[in-house]
Design a binder for this molecule. Structure first.
Ligand code: GTP
Ligand code: SPV
Ligand code: MN
Length: 583
């Protein structure tokens, strides 16, 4: 197989000349192709068969122990001008970056098969979808991309027709972290990733294309590419609000997107559209709408069980690829937070000794969205769904209340820009350190954050954007003095979503505070939670001294971006500071 598209054909030939694979395989996305790849990986040891009686068509991949998460320190945005990448990104001159990685790609595929993977991000017939082609020497990448994107023949047809696509080149190289780079060339719609097989570094449709390259493109074209889940929230009366929520990596997107309503809230229904990425645009009526560019989930395994996330738990019992989980004596997948079984081998395949976690804290499942019992029928709608509310949220043991509402769009942009969260195992580095993570996009914005904030403000001030969603901030992760979570989280988060939906409908009360609108105690239904009044009070209270410090820190953070920061954002910040002084 090959292609009728001359530029694609030429690029594939150029890459083959550089990387020197033994053979070239054009992926069509068929079942037969997938089965053959899995068979080959079982033979090579890339995949291990899990217990097929309990977990039909489930496989385990053990990655190299030095290759288990995203590597932000090795991830670059290579724009011609350094300032366009901004202080939020590592930058390298594009000429130097190409030279550096092309050296590593030279001969990298010798003895291997080179896979050409055409894919579409978003419903195949959507004008808001965008295509790409990933060239990779990893069959693990192919089988993952098949679940995570619309991969194969249909995508190739669209690519040949449009003649515009993102070029992604990937090789696992020798997996030496010294020779690992994730390079983005947004001005050339090009990605080059070498030396890692881990999802976020190697499945180029996901973070590299759908966030870093797409956010850059979105700014030029007037839309948004965001690290947001996308869900429908249906009330017992049958009215559905669509909500998009940006939380940093491993901070609860998958869980919120698949929420199971608690028994105390009969009649509520949740529909998942996406669990990680949303592409948003303002339609002709001035309504913000969103599509999910992905078609599968690459989700955090630890903590997933019947009680926390029954939908996710059910869907990963079959047709799932597990990466870096432990296994039981009878070869079932096992991880921390699972209520049954015990680990025999840890994530590296060594006998488990009881020291530390048996599954890697960033172990992941890959599964098709079709297996989600609450997958929305509108996930394939070309025009996307109308957004009623945007949520920003972080993992903050203190300061940030359970929920508050921004005063208006511009204030909401400040709330997103000022977000902070504790770091997690999703990226290599220290865990639990509070850092600014604007709109949960710190690792993913493909251009200067100052310009990004300006783009958000502009999108909301356009005369066409007449039906903008309300913006909220949530925090499920407040801790008490003993380090215990004060809010039960998971299904119970619906209680907060209900208040948000009621605010959108103009039905719920709130009190003004210097940082925004907060529910009164009686506005939040906590019946049956066994929560004492003082805990609820703490969850909903604003500590002016702590917030003065917070606002100070946000000011200093914005200063790092210098004069490119929109003055409107600084005005919003001054507004909060002034209200805090007066309180
Ligand atoms: P990425 O895939 O990395 O972008 O992560 P994500 O935002 O989808 O995070 P996910 O939903 O997978 O949650 C990450 C971890 O947080 C898991 O271990 C969850 O069990 C835990 N978690 C999710 N929601 C809650 C919550 O409401 N409360 C508490 N305490 N923990 C939660
Ligand atoms: C994240 O880290 O935010 C993820 C996992 O969603 S990865 O795709 O690896 O980036
Ligand atoms: Mn993510």
């Amino acid at each position: 197989m090959t292609t009728s598209n001359a530029s694609l054909k030429r690029w594939v030939e150029d890459v083959a000349r550089l990387t020197q694979p033994d053979s070239i395989h054009w992926c069509n996305g068929s079942d037969a192709e997938n089965s053959a790849l899995i068979e080959a990986m079982l033979k090579s040891g890339d995949l291990i068969k899990l217990n097929q009686d309990t977990h039909p068509n489930c496989y385990l991949h053990r990655s190299h122990p030095s290759d288990v998460a995203r590597v932000e320190h090795l991830t670059y945005v290579c724009t011609r001008n350094k300032e366009d990448a901004g202080p939020n990104n590592h930058w390298m001159d594009p000429i130097e970056a190409h030279r550096k990685v092309d050296n590593l790609f030279a001969g990298a595929m010798k003895g291997r098969t080179m896979y050409v993977i055409p894919y579409c991000m978003g419903p195949i017939d959507s004008p808001f979808a965008r295509c790409g082609v990933e060239i990779s020497d990893s069959p693990y990448v192919v089988v993952n991309m098949r679940m995570m994107t619309r991969m194969g023949d249909a995508a190739l047809k669209r690519i040949e027709r449009e003649d515009k696509y993102v070029k992604g080149l990937h090789s696992i190289g020798d997996l030496n972290p010294d020779r690992r780079f994730i390079m983005h060339f947004p001005e050339e719609l090009t990605i080059k990733s070498v030396g890692s097989g881990y999802g976020g570094n190697a499945l180029l449709g996901k973070k590299c294309h759908a966030l870093r390259i797409a956010s850059f493109q979105a700014r030029e074209e007037g839309w948004l590419a965001e690290h947001m889940l996308l869900m429908g929230l249906q009330s017992p009366e049958g009215k559905t609000h669509y909500v998009a929520a940006a939380f940093p990596s491993a901070c609860g997107k998958t869980n919120l997107a698949m929420l199971v309503p608690p028994n105390s809230m009969p009649g509520w229904k949740i529909w998942t559209l996406g669990d990680d990425i949303s592409w948003l645009h303002v339609d002709d009526e001035g309504q913000l709408r969103a599509i999910n560019p992905e078609s599968g989930y690459f989700g955090v395994v630890p903590g997933t069980n019947r009680k926390t996330n029954c939908n996710a738990y059910d869907m990963i019992q079959r047709d799932t690829i597990f990466t870096n989980v432990a296994v039981t004596e009878d070869n079932q997948p096992w991880w921390e937070g699972l209520e049954t079984g015990k680990p025999a081998l840890d994530w590296q395949g060594k006998p488990y000794t009881g020291n530390g976690p048996a599954a890697h804290p960033n172990s992941r499942f890959t599964v098709s969205a079709k297996q989600n019992p609450i997958y929305s029928t509108l996930a394939d709608a070309p025009e996307g769904v109308p957004i009623s509310a945007i949520l920003f949220g972080g993992r903050r043991r203190e300061v940030a209340p359970l929920v508050y509402e921004a005063r208006n769009w511009a204030h909401g942009v400040l709330v997103g820009a000022g977000m902070a969260s504790e770091t997690t195992a999703a990226a290599v580095g220290q865990m639990g350190v509070v850092r600014r993570d604007s709109m949960a996009m710190k690792p993913f914005a493909g251009y200067n954050f100052a310009d990004y904030f300006g783009h958000w403000l502009k999108l909301g001030s356009g005369k066409n954007a007449s039906k903008l969603p309300k913006i909220f901030h949530v925090n499920w992760f407040r801790q008490d003095r003993n380090g215990k979570f004060m809010w039960p989280g998971f299904g119970e988060n619906l209680r907060v979503l209900k208040w948000i939906a009621d605010r959108c409908d103009g039905r719920a009360e709130a009190i003004e505070t210097p940082i925004g609108l907060v529910p009164r105690k009686q506005d939040l239904d906590v019946s049956g939670l066994n929560m004492d009044a003082s805990t609820l009070e703490t969850l909903l209270s604003i500590d002016p001294a702590a917030w003065r410090q917070e606002i100070d820190a946000i000011g200093k953070y914005l200063d790092e971006y210098g004069s490119r920061v929109p003055s409107q954002l600084r005005e919003e910040l001054k507004g909060v500071a002034k209200r805090l002084e007066a309180s």
